[in-house]
Design a protein around this ligand. Structure first.
Ligand code: ADP
Ligand code: MG
Length: 363
């Protein structure tokens, strides 16, 4: 178990800025996700930690010591890539034993370690097979076993489940997390899949164009995104903007059409215009004649509108609702409530603390 410190790391490829002044700390034993769209610099950071990429500036430390002068093979790091090819001509056993054999470890020790790690990835008894005789998920578990067998200080995973189909992928996510917990190794996972990052990570760093735009636990990033980019990346959301009418514990924002919304978010000093976001599942929808709101002893935001269309999705219904403030998306859990029809007048309500104030205006 080791901590990894990234200090002001930048990397340029010609005039492409792959990483710009990235500072991050991965704690001991932490499972940390690097999340962002393709080309945002995630792999470049991972390869910099591994030693395949040399940053133009900044420092990388493992357990407090600078690793810039340590060659890749001495950094004591395990890696798994999406297409991390196993050696096809070697048995599963020899594939896993490989990192130990090159270190000239005694064969009795190799045997005990390989047996132990095959157990860990639940493939005991598969040592004699060739990689092509295994399924995609099994092959990826062998790649993981090979990365872990030398007991590295840090495990780096670059889209390791990207080649697997959806069901196998979610099953492997659970297994991966379980194995990581058992070994207790500091793990850094690159993914562009928001759900995968949330399922697996203790904390996540969101990358945008080579920069880290937000770091937090999955729930913090989902419930309190700081930018429109982060809000959208973590799932469907609604955007509104308006002028600050009054600040305080319960601030009031006036939208262009005059609608006033309350929020419990703190507004910075001298802020006039703000961008807001509201998650679709936080909004309650009811027919306009439904009477009182469900939460009646708390102040609620409310806005009237008309259903534009509804999409029945089984577990939930998605409504598009036209309001004076613009079209809003609402997710309603399917509890056998009557399906609202297009054109029907409705009332939307939500709690003040579900009106999220974004730090930056919507671009
Ligand atoms: P991600 O893993 O988030 O998809 P990368 O770290 O692979 O992003 O890439 C970040 C940026 O750096 C991209 O614009 C990519 O085209 C560029 N880049 C990455 N590797 C190289 C390279 N070896 N040569 C030139 N440009 C590169
Ligand atoms: Mg990548």
């Amino acid at each position: 178990m080791s901590s990894v410190d990234i200090r002001s790391v930048s990397k340029l490829y010609g005039d492409v800025v792959a990483l710009e002044d990235v500072t991050l700390r991965f704690g001991e034993g932490e499972f940390f996700g690097l999340l962002g769209p393709s080309g945002s610099g995630k792999t470049t950071l991972l390869r910099s930690i591994a030693g395949f990429v040399e940053p133009n500036s900044g420092q990388i430390l493992i357990e407090g010591s600078d690793i810039s002068r340590i060659p890749t093979h001495k950094r004591d790091i395990g890696m798994v890539f999406q297409n991390y090819a196993l050696f096809p001509h070697m048995s599963v056993y020899d594939n896993i034993a490989f990192p130990l054999s090159v270190r000239r470890m005694a064969s009795a020790e190799i045997k005990s370690r390989v047996t132990q790690i095959l157990d860990l990835v639940q493939l005991a008894g598969y040592g004699g097979r060739r990689p092509r005789e295994l399924s995609g998920g099994q092959q990826q578990r062998i790649a993981l076993a090979r990365a872990l067998v030398s007991r590295p200080r840090v495990l780096l995973l670059d889209e390791p489940l990207g080649a697997l189909d959806k069901n196998l992928r979610s099953q492997m996510q659970i297994e991966l997390r379980q194995i990581q917990r058992e070994v207790g190794i500091t793990t850094i996972l690159v993914t562009h899949d928001q759900e995968e990052a949330m399922t697996l990570s203790d904390r996540i760093a969101v990358f945008q164009k080579g920069k880290v735009v937000q770091v937090g636990r999955p729930d913090e990033l989902y419930e309190r995104p700081k930018s429109a980019f982060a809000a959208e990346f973590f799932g469907a959301t609604n955007f509104l903007s308006g002028a600050v009418e009054s600040a305080g514990d319960l601030a009031v924002i006036r939208l262009r059409d005059g609608t006033k919304l309350m929020t419990t978010d703190r507004l910075g000093p001298r802020v006039n215009e703000v961008a807001l976001t509201i998650r679709p599942e936080k909004i309650l929808i009811s027919g306009s004649n439904a009477g009182k709101d469900e939460v009646d002893d708390q102040p609620m935001n409310a806005i009237g509108g008309n259903v534009v269309r509804s999409v029945y999705m089984g577990a939930s219904v998605t409504y598009k609702v036209a309001t004076a403030a613009g079209e809003l998306t609402v997710f309603q859990q399917n509890r056998e409530t009557r399906l609202l029809q297009a054109g029907e007048a409705v009332r939307l309500t939500w709690l003040p603390h579900h009106t999220i104030v974004l730090a930056a205006p919507i671009a």
